[in-house]
Design a protein around this ligand. Structure first.
Ligand code: 5GP
Ligand code: ZN
Length: 115
């Protein structure tokens, strides 16, 4: 837990969020500014600055984030038509919140990735 981290504060409940799924090690909640009809963020409860740091330090936990993302996609009805699973990483990757998170986006055609 990093006290000045927005997503760590969502994990503790200090900042409210619409949680859609929770496991012992991961949390999924709706993005506050959705970019698609379904836009859910999936995070490890433990603080890692980005997905590269997470995957190298704890690949099992990184896999659990993917598993929760897949379960969210299934629960939100995204498996048939497809969806986008995305980790913005660092400055050039457009990452704004420095706590590793997957974006699960779907519910409509999303177009080319960099459009
Ligand atoms: P990034 O650009 O770091 O990959 O994505 C950060 C995401 O977090 C953005 O899509 C943004 O809308 C979302 N976000 C920022 N602040 C909050 C918040 O307080 N609550 C929730 N649920 N989402 C947030
Ligand atoms: Zn954090």
């Amino acid at each position: 837990m990093k006290t000045d981290c927005l997503f760590c504060r969502i994990v503790t409940g200090e900042i409210p969020a619409t949680v859609v799924r929770e496991t012992d090690t991961t949390l999924a909640f709706r993005d506050i500014n959705p970019k698609a009809p379904v836009h859910v963020l999936v995070i490890p409860k433990e603080h890692y600055v980005d997905v590269a740091t997470l995957a190298q330090a704890d690949p099992k936990l990184a896999g659990e984030v993917l598993e929760t993302a897949a379960n969210v996609a299934e629960h939100e009805g995204l498996l048939v038509d497809g969806f986008r699973l995305m980790f913005n990483t660092g400055e050039y990757g457009g990452q704004e919140v420095p706590h590793a998170h997957a974006h699960v986006l779907g519910g409509a055609p999303l177009g080319p990735m960099l459009a």
